[in-house]
Ligand binder design. Structure first.
Ligand SMILES: Cc1cc2nc3c(=O)[nH]c(=O)nc-3n(C[C@H](O)[C@H](O)[C@H](O)COP(=O)(O)OP(=O)(O)OC[C@H]3O[C@@H](n4cnc5c(N)ncnc54)[C@H](O)[C@@H]3O)c2cc1C
Length: 485
């Protein structure tokens, strides 16, 4: 039928998660349709600098990686999901290498591993210095474009997840086209660009979360967004540009305006970001300084050249930095095979919430998650029974479009749901015109404690009653903490 096509697996998004899910499904014999709204640089994956975490050295093990992930996650890591990540990370690195991704090696030809905050050993696998995302995305998208079983629909936006008798049966695109699929995988990325100050590309506003929620899937932990401590603070086009934590792993320090260090630079991100925020509040300054003058610029060529283009010479000058919203730990609630609570609908990568990051993602676990859970999603989606052929009356999708996201909503989110929040501010967001802002506010109100990335002035202590609890939100705004294993 015109305007309709059917496929075994429909994937939305061409970041690391979507490309790898599509490739895995196709390599296993499936027919895949990949829908992508943006050019490559529109994905967060393209901008990833540090790399992906995997226990690859003799000093490391999946158990140690798991212990670091659990410690960073502040008592809310879903251990079963974190264990899957840490156990399968090395397999993902090996598969990517087979697919032609050339990871950086040391002089003896072994993987050169970086160190980032919260990791007890070097375990960050990277490519092109700090150009990991770029290298990954270029290679994976070239393979996807060439694969005979993958049809790529570029510059096309999914606008609805379609359901039939309580099951996801495919997608509707902005041009009205319908894609019927046995398994539908959302790999639409995160939502950190909802906040006014962000390291993310402009499109990272959680559109996939709204598609899933409108179709009836549960969302989890929307109150948990990670703020990165070292985003450039400069009114010169470089504002929000991320300086990877790996530079601190190589010895870069954070200084106040008196030139004094004030924090362990390799403490977990939530701690460092809050220390920076407090220092700024105490001194009234709009930034602190990152001192990377002693760092070999050849280790981070693209960071150094981006800073130079912005008029900052990091070999001779201090780099002004301040926190910015960076990574959404919450998302579409999924099981260990990336299945959402709506049958036939999957979510992988930053749009998903497996619970593995808990209340504070361990650096570089997110790219690993895209590959480990992307492979799992592909295999599970391939095993879905074919849905009945779609006929017009069967197909239900939301009839209303969300209003456009405005700067007012983004400013309000930064102000009332930033590094520190309280009930009075969050309640102001519950009337915001943008639906995802309201869902975030309701989730944050339901977590009446402070933990990891979620710090409430009115509930400043960690409440042990929330240990292992994840805030779930279903239809409407009904958010409640549940224990999730
Ligand atoms: C500057 C920066 C540096 C980072 N560094 C690291 C790092 O070193 N290590 C690490 O582990 N993590 C890092 N992260 C986080 C990591 O990059 C992301 O979590 C990860 O890349 C997310 O991948 P993804 O495939 O889920 O989403 P994305 O890469 O964001 O891709 C989402 C895709 O979905 C598409 N899309 C969205 N909605 C629709 C729609 N409705 N229809 C069609 N297409 C749609 C987008 O166009 C895009 O192609 C970094 C993030 C940033 C911003």
């Amino acid at each position: 039928m015109q305007g309709r096509r059917s496929t075994e697996v429909a994937v939305v998004g061409a970041g690391a998660a979507g490309l790898y899910t599509a490739l895995t499904a196709a390599r296993e014999g499936g027919r895949v349709t990949l829908v992508s709204a943006m050019p490559l640089a529109g994905s967060s994956s393209y901008w990833a600098q540090g790399g992906l975490a995997a226990a690859m050295s003799d000093q490391d093990s999946p158990q140690l990686h798991l212990a670091d992930t659990i410690a960073a996650g502040r008592g809310t890591v879903r251990e079963s999901a974190a264990r899957v990540l840490c156990d399968e990370a090395a397999l993902a690195v090996e598969d990517l290498t087979r697919l032609g991704v050339s990871f950086d090696a040391d002089r003896r030809g072994r993987l050169a591993l970086g160190l980032e905050g919260g990791h007890s050993v070097r375990r960050i696998v990277h490519a092109g210095g700090a150009a990991t995302g770029r290298r990954l995305i270029r290679q994976l998208s070239a393979l996807v474009a060439e694969h005979p079983r993958i049809e790529v629909l570029e510059d096309r936006r999914a606008t609805a997840v379609l359901t039939d008798r309580g099951r996801c049966v495919g997608l509707r695109l902005a041009d009205g086209k319908i894609i019927a699929a046995a398994g539908t995988v959302l790999a639409t990325g995160g939502a950190a660009a909802l906040w006014a100050r962000t390291t993310n590309p402009a499109g990272a506003t959680g559109g996939g979360l709204l598609l899933a929620h409108s179709a009836g899937a549960m969302l989890a932990d929307l109150e948990l967004v990670q703020f990165h401590p070292t985003a450039v603070a400069a009114p010169n086009g470089a504002d929000g540009f991320l300086v990877t934590e790996a530079v601190r792993g190589e010895g870069a320090t954070l200084l106040d305006h008196a030139g004094q260090r004030f924090v362990d630079e390799l403490a977990p991100r939530d701690e460092v970001a809050r220390a920076v925020q407090h220092k700024m509040a105490l001194t009234g300054a709009a930034s602190v300084d990152l001192d990377m003058r002693a760092i070999d610029p050849s280790l981070f060529p693209n960071v150094v050249s981006a800073l130079r283009r912005a008029g900052i010479d990091p070999e001779h000058e201090l780099v002004p930095v301040a926190p910015a919203a960076h990574y959404m730990m919450g998302g579409i609630a999924t099981d260990l095979y990336a299945r959402s609570t709506l049958e036939g609908l999957y979510a992988v990568g930053e749009c998903s919430c497996t619970g593995l990051h808990g209340a504070n993602r361990l650096a570089s676990n997110s790219l690993t998650e895209c590959f480990v859970f992307g492979a799992r999603a592909a295999r599970a989606a391939l095993a879905e029974p074919s849905p009945p052929p779609l006929v017009g009356a069967d197909v239900a999708g939301p009839s209303t479009k969300p209003p456009p996201l405005t700067l007012e909503s983004r400013n309000a989110l930064w102000r009332y749901a930033g590094l520190e929040r309280d009930g009075a501010g969050l309640r102001q967001l519950t009337d915001d015109p943008y639906p995802l802002v309201r869902l975030i506010a309701h989730s944050a109100l339901a977590r009446t404690e402070s933990r990891g990335a979620h710090q409430r002035r009115d509930f400043p202590e960690l409440d042990p009653a929330f240990d292992g609890m994840h805030v779930m939100i279903g239809r409407g705004h009904d958010a409640s903490p549940i224990s999730w294993e």
